[in-house]
Structures are given as structure tokens and as C-alpha cells.
Design a binder for this molecule. Structure first.
Ligand code: TQI
Ligand code: CA
Ligand code: ZN
Ligand code: ZN
Length: 422
């Protein structure tokens, strides 16, 4: 007798579980709708959507979201974690008009961390196995935040739990998706290793994310940027001004609209090209750039974003300029120059400039200061700046000022265009 009761209880429990999963009324009894769900083929018909949204259909009201890995795990290296996270988000931004921007400081929309046991959100983790991770539906505060159980064996391969697989599933929740009843969906609540390289979101998940954010319109991002009049790089214009100038290895790079020039001194050569062919992420209209030659890195700025590079190779997704400690009143940078001996980078914004200490990676306290006060003789707003042989060259419209930091004065003025051989 007792056994039968146990069986009934366990059957009822199973029915309840299934009803909950399919979003039915939870009775524990085999009512009509439950039976019809059981009879329904689980897969097959391609036009049947199996994804679920959360009650109230919470979703992000913006399409560009920031994310930050605030606490890492000891079972994987930082780059492995970053890669799994980047690729997990990319799976979703490839399917819907969403953009993700990585930050290293402050509060991001999607705060990601590895946590053990109790971690302050009333959903404690349970040690190895059981719960692997959880994510909060879109919203303020905890909304979108994604936690991984630090007591799991996280891997970037097929042993233990593959971080990319679990992260991609959790980001589905963080964007507003519940579980799917389609066994081939990423949001189906069963762990199944997914290979990160070349991963494409299964159909049902694409339907789900597009139900919330709409379809991705091919080429939309590019054509959304108004077609800028492009400077003809083969034509010498005496009034030419630059958007950005930087050294890069043994070359100097000059940016204007959609074009850029690479100037080499040995052997002397100047070559013109399109920014989009060498730096597709940047496309056009670079605001500022600087390099730290000793480190072999350069940084390109455009609006509130920047891209780090190694040589000509852009490293990873765009980041926000607020990483540098700019106040939120700054939306773009006019020019940047790295001072080699001081290990400081100066950023020019309107009539002011900021000084960033590359050693402590902090913005210096007394800034911003007025450009006029420190660099007398340089007139007008600064478009671009470059340090070369101990001099700072300031580009302002058609004029390039050579500034001697010891004499604290301008020692020469030439046409900006002369820098590219005009
Ligand atoms: N964590 C559950 C999950 O993310 C937490 C959870 C249960 C949940 N029900 C939910 C989250 C409803 C949002 C909405 O599904 S888990 C998998 C699986 C988990 C499970 O640790 O059980 C994956 C985490 F089952 F799909 F493998 C990631 Cl991939
Ligand atoms: Ca666990
Ligand atoms: Zn948590
Ligand atoms: Zn889930």
C-alpha cells in the first residue's frame, strides 16, 4: 500500500513538473490539455515554435548592452573565460539586432561572476553538479546578471561542463528567454556540449530571440552610418585635416573619413587605403588613436568605444571609453597621444585635456585642464596628435603644430597635408 502511494505521489510529481515546463496549469492530474501536450510530436514540424518567454515578457529596452566579467574562476584562464563569454553572446547578437560591449569597470547591464554557495542573491549554489549556473531576466539591478557555480569543473573542451555551452544558454535567459520544449534548442533544459567555433543558434532559439528583438536586418549596421563624403586619397588637398594620427610599429598612420595613409620612413613610402579593408570594425571616421610602442599595442577610438590592437590586428570586441575613467559627459575623444618617457597618455576633448597614467591605469586627479593653459601657441581644437622624436605634433584643421615640450612652445607650423607628401 505504502509503495502504491509513493508511486502515485511520484507520478503526480512528474506530471506537475511537465506541466510547469510546458507552461500549463499545475494540477498533477492528467487533464485534457496535459494529454494533448503529451500526444504532440516533440520535434518535426518546423513552423511550430517551442521557445518560451518569461511571464510578463521582460526584455531589454535598448539594443546595445554592456557586459563585464567581475569575478573569474580558477578552473580556466581569464582569456578562456573571456572567449567563452564573448562567443556565448555572439551566438545571440548574430541572430537579432543586439550589440554587446565589454567593460572592465563599474556596473554593466550583464554582470558575470563565478560564485560559490551562498552569494547574496537568495539562490545559493550547491557544490559540484546540480545547479550549474543561473541568470536573471532582463531588468534593472540584478536583471541580466549571470552567475556560474564556481564549484563546477568548467572547461573549454568536452570534459566537465563546457563554459561556452552553459554561458550561451544562460545568456538566453539573461535576454528574456525561458526554456524550450524543442530538444534541439539551446534553451532545452538538458546539458549537451556545443562546439563554440562556428556555432549557429538552433532555429527555435532564433525564433525566440527574434520574437523579443526582431530579426537582424542584413547590412543594417553599415548603412545606418550616413554615407560620408569620402576623401579621395589620391588627390592632394592643401586644406586637408586629419581625424586621427598614430605611430604603429615603424609606420605612421593618418586617418581621414573612410581613408587612411601608411607612411614608412625606411624605405620611404606613403600608401593610401580604405579603413574598412584593413580595420573592418572601424569602417570610417576614427576619432583618435595612440600607440604604446614598447607594448606593441595601439588603441583606436570612435564615439564612446575603443578597440585595442596588436599591430594591425584588432583584439576582440569594442570596449567603452569609460574604462579609462572619463566622466559620462564625455561621449567622444578628439585626439590622443602617448608620451613615451612619462608613460602617460593625453586625451583631448573640446577645449580640455585629460592625462591617463598608463602605469597605474588611472586618470590623473587634477584633470581635465584647459588646453590653452598648458599648450600655448596651439590654436583651435585638436583633431589629432602624435609624439615623435620628443616633440608633440598637434593637428588642428589644415595646420600641424610642432610643439617643443622643453621650451613649452610651438617651434614650427606646417600644412597638415605635407605629412602625407602633399
Ligand atoms: N540552471 C537553470 C537553468 O539555467 C536555472 C533555471 C531553472 C532557470 N529553471 C529556470 C533559469 C527557468 C531561468 C528560467 O536552466 S542549471 C542547463 C541545461 C542549467 C541547466 O544549472 O540547471 C544549462 C544551466 F539544463 F540546459 F543543461 C545551464 Cl545549459
Ligand atoms: Ca552545482
Ligand atoms: Zn546568483
Ligand atoms: Zn535554463
Amino acid at each position: 500500500m505504502a509503495e502504491i502511494v509513493t508511486d502515485e505521489v511520484s507520478i503526480s510529481r512528474k506530471i506537475k513538473k511537465m506541466q510547469k515546463f510546458f507552461g500549463l496549469q499545475v494540477t498533477g492530474k492528467l487533464d485534457y490539455s496535459t494529454i494533448s501536450v503529451m500526444k504532440k510530436p516533440r520535434c518535426g514540424l518546423p513552423d511550430v515554435a517551442n521557445y518560451h518567454l518569461f511571464p510578463g515578457e521582460p526584455k531589454w529596452k535598448k539594443t546595445t548592452l554592456t557586459y563585464r566579467v567581475a569575478k573569474y574562476t580558477s578552473s580556466l584562464s581569464k582569456p578562456e573565460v573571456d572567449r567563452a563569454v564573448d562567443m556565448g553572446l555572439k551566438a545571440w547578437s548574430d541572430a537579432a539586432p543586439l550589440n554587446f560591449i565589454k567593460t572592465n569597470q563599474g556596473e554593466a547591464d550583464i554582470m558575470i561572476s563565478f560564485e560559490s554557495g551562498d552569494h547574496g542573491d537568495s539562490y545559493p549554489f550547491d557544490g559540484p553538479r546540480g545547479t550549474l549556473a543561473h541568470a536573471f531576466a532582463p531588468g534593472e539591478g540584478l536583471g541580466g546578471d549571470t552567475h556560474f557555480d564556481n564549484d563546477e569543473k568548467w572547461t573549454s573542451g568536452t570534459n566537465g561542463f563546457n563554459l561556452f555551452t552553459v554561458a550561451a544558454h544562460e545568456f538566453g535567459h539573461a535576454l528574456g528567454l525561458g526554456h524550450s520544449s524543442d530538444p534541439s534548442a539551446l534553451m532545452y533544459p538538458t546539458y549537451k556540449y556545443q562546439h563554440p567555433v562556428g556555432f549557429r543558434l538552433p532555429k527555435d532559439d532564433v525564433k525566440g530571440i527574434q520574437a523579443l528583438y526582431g530579426p537582424k536586418i542584413p547590412g543594417k549596421e553599415k548603412s545606418a552610418i550616413p554615407q560620408q563624403p569620402s576623401y579621395n586619397p589620391n588627390y592632394c588637398d592643401q586644406n586637408l585635416s586629419f581625424d586621427a594620427v598614430t605611430g604603429l610599429g615603424n609606420e605612421l598612420l593618418f586617418f581621414k573619413d573612410r581613408s587612411f595613409w601608411r607612411r614608412q620612413s625606411q624605405p620611404a613610402s606613403i600608401r593610401a587605403g580604405f579603413i574598412a579593408s584593413s580595420f573592418p570594425q572601424l569602417m570610417s571616421n576614427v576619432d583618435a588613436a595612440y600607440q604604446i610602442a614598447e607594448k606593441g599595442t595601439a588603441y583606436f577610438f570612435k564615439g564612446p568605444h575603443y578597440w585595442p590592437t596588436r599591430g594591425l590586428q584588432i583584439q576582440g570586441p569594442p570596449r567603452t571609453i569609460y574604462d579609462f575613467g572619463f566622466p559620462n559627459t564625455v561621449h567622444k575623444i578628439d585626439a590622443a597621444v602617448h608620451l613615451k618617457n612619462k608613460k602617460k597618455t593625453l586625451f583631448f576633448v573640446g577645449d580640455d585635456y585629460y592625462s591617463f597614467d598608463e602605469t597605474t591605469r588611472r586618470m590623473e586627479n587634477e584633470y581635465p585642464k584647459a588646453i590653452d593653459d598648458e599648450f600655448s601657441g596651439v590654436e583651435g581644437q585638436i583633431d589629432a596628435a602624435l609624439e615623435l622624436n620628443g616633440f608633440i605634433y598637434f593637428f588642428s584643421g589644415p595646420k600641424a603644430y610642432k610643439y617643443d615640450t622643453e621650451k613649452e612652445d610651438v617651434v614650427n607650423v606646417v600644412k597638415s597635408s605635407s605629412w602625407i607628401g602633399c
